[in-house]
Design a protein around this ligand. Structure first.
Ligand code: WQD
Length: 339
C-alpha cells in the first residue's frame, strides 16, 4: 500500500486527515515545520488512533531537504499537500512570504514526487478561487476570478501548476479539493483548531469569546443583501473534510479518476449566515454570545456555498455532520483548552 505523505500534517485540517488515513489503514509520514502548529498535535493523533505517524520536521522551502526526503522515502504512493500559509490578511501585508511559502514548496514537491513511477497528489485548494461567484450554489466550472488576496492567488496558481504538470506527465494523477469553510474538531477532543494569536476566522473567535479570552465578537457587516444582513458561507465539519481527502486519494490509487487532473468542491451545499452560526453556537452550548455589529471586512464576499453534486456523484463523498455538530465539537474543544 506504500506510505502516504501528509505535508502540514500537524495543522488543523492536516491532523484530522492523518487520523482518517490511519483509520483506513494507511501508514502516514508527516512533514511539518511547526511554524503554525504544535508538536503536541502528534500526541493527539496517537491518542486517537494508537498509531504513531512518522514525523519529519523540516521546511519545504529547503529544496535540498525535499530532494533528500524523496531519496529516502521511495515508497511514498500518495501525497496530501496542506503545508502553506493561509491567513488572508497577512498575505496582503507579506505577499512575497506567501508566494515563496505556497508556490516554491509546491514546485519542489512536484519536481521530486513526479520522478516516481506513479504519483497520486491531493492539493488543498479553496473556494476563495471563485471570489464572489455570479451563480449560487457554486459549481466547479464557475469562473475562477482575479484573487482578492495573494493567499487566494497562490491557490489559483497552485492549481494551474498542478494542471500543467498533469498535462505533460500522464503518470502524475492529481485532485484539487476546493474547501469551503472548515470548522469544528474531532469528537475525541484530542485535536482541533489552534489559531495562533487573534483568530481571523469566525468560529474560533466565537468560541474564544464564549470562553472569555475575547471580550466580544464583531460581526463584520449586517447590511448585506441576505436574509439577516450578514454574510453567508458553507461551514463544513473538519472531519467530513478530512474524509473527503481519503476518498479522493483512493479514487486516484484505484485509478477511478476520469482524467489525471480533477477538481472538486468540498462543502455541505448549505449556506449559513453569520447570525445563524451564532444561533447554532448558543443552541448547542447554552451560552449567550457577546457580539456587536461592526463595519464590513474588506475582501469579504457576500455569499459562498457549494454545489456538491459532482463530489456526491463522481467522488462518492457527502458531508454527514451538521452545523450544530460542528459548533458543539468546536465548543468542547475550546473548553478542553481553557478549563
Ligand atoms: C466567515 C464569515 C466574516 C470573523 C477564509 C478564507 C478561506 C479559508 C477560510 C483558508 C465572514 C465573518 C469573521 C469575525 C465576522 N481560509 N466574520 N467576525 O473569510 O469566509 O474564509 O477562511 O483556507 O480561504 O478566505 O472565513 O471565518 O474569516 O469569515 O463577522 O471576527 O464570518 O465577515 O462573513 P472566510 P472567516
Amino acid at each position: 500500500m506504500g506510505k502516504i505523505l501528509v505535508t502540514g500534517g500537524l495543522g488543523f485540517i492536516g491532523s484530522h486527515t492523518v487520523v482518517e488515513l490511519q483509520n483506513e489503514g494507511y501508514e502516514v509520514v508527516i512533514i511539518d515545520n511547526l511554524s503554525n502548529s504544535s508538536i503536541k498535535v502528534l500526541d493527539g493523533i496517537v491518542a486517537i488512533t494508537g498509531k504513531q505517524p512518522i514525523f519529519e520536521k523540516f521546511d519545504l522551502r529547503d529544496k535540498h531537504k525535499v530532494q533528500e526526503f524523496f531519496r529516502i522515502y521511495q515508497d511514498i504512493t500518495g501525497v496530501v499537500h496542506f503545508a502553506a500559509s493561509k491567513a488572508v490578511g497577512e498575505s496582503v501585508e507579506k505577499p512575497l512570504l506567501y508566494y515563496e511559502n505556497n508556490i516554491n514548496t509546491l514546485v519542489y514537491l512536484l519536481q521530486e514526487f513526479g520522478k516516481f513511477e506513479h504519483s497520486n497528489f491531493i492539493f488543498s485548494s479553496s473556494c476563495t478561487v471563485y471570489g464572489q461567484a455570479d451563480e449560487l450554489p457554486i459549481t466547479e466550472d464557475a469562473p475562477v476570478k482575479t484573487a482578492e488576496s495573494p493567499y487566494g492567488n497562490t491557490k489559483q496558481i497552485g492549481e494551474e501548476i498542478i494542471r500543467d504538470t498533469c498535462k505533460v506527465h500522464q503518470h502524475f494523477n492529481a485532485i484539487s479539493l476546493r474547501y469551503f469553510n472548515p470548522i469544528g474538531a474531532h469528537e475525541s477532543v484530542k485535536i482541533g483548531e489552534l489559531p495562533i494569536g487573534v483568530p481571523q476566522n469566525l468560529v474560533p473567535f466565537i468560541t474564544q469569546t464564549a470562553a472569555g479570552l475575547r471580550s466580544e465578537l464583531s460581526v463584520f457587516g449586517n447590511d448585506y443583501p441576505t436574509s439577516d444582513g450578514t454574510c453567508i458561507r458553507d461551514y463544513i465539519h473538519v472531519v467530513d473534510l478530512a474524509k473527503a481527502h481519503v476518498v479522493a486519494l483512493e479514487r486516484l490509487m484505484s485509478h477511478k479518476n476520469k482524467s489525471n487532473y480533477e477538481v472538486f468542491n468540498i462543502g455541505t451545499g448549505t449556506g449559513s449566515t453569520v447570525l445563524e452560526v451564532i444561533q447554532s453556537f448558543e443552541r448547542v452550548s447554552g451560552e449567550k454570545l457577546n457580539y456587536k455589529f461592526a463595519d464590513r471586512r474588506a475582501g469579504d464576499v457576500i455569499s459562498a456555498y457549494a454545489n456538491t453534486k459532482k463530489a456526491n456523484t463522481e467522488l462518492g463523498w457527502k458531508a454527514k455532520l451538521s452545523l450544530d455538530d460542528a459548533m458543539a465539537s468546536a465548543w468542547k474543544w475550546q473548553k478542553s483548552l481553557n478549563f
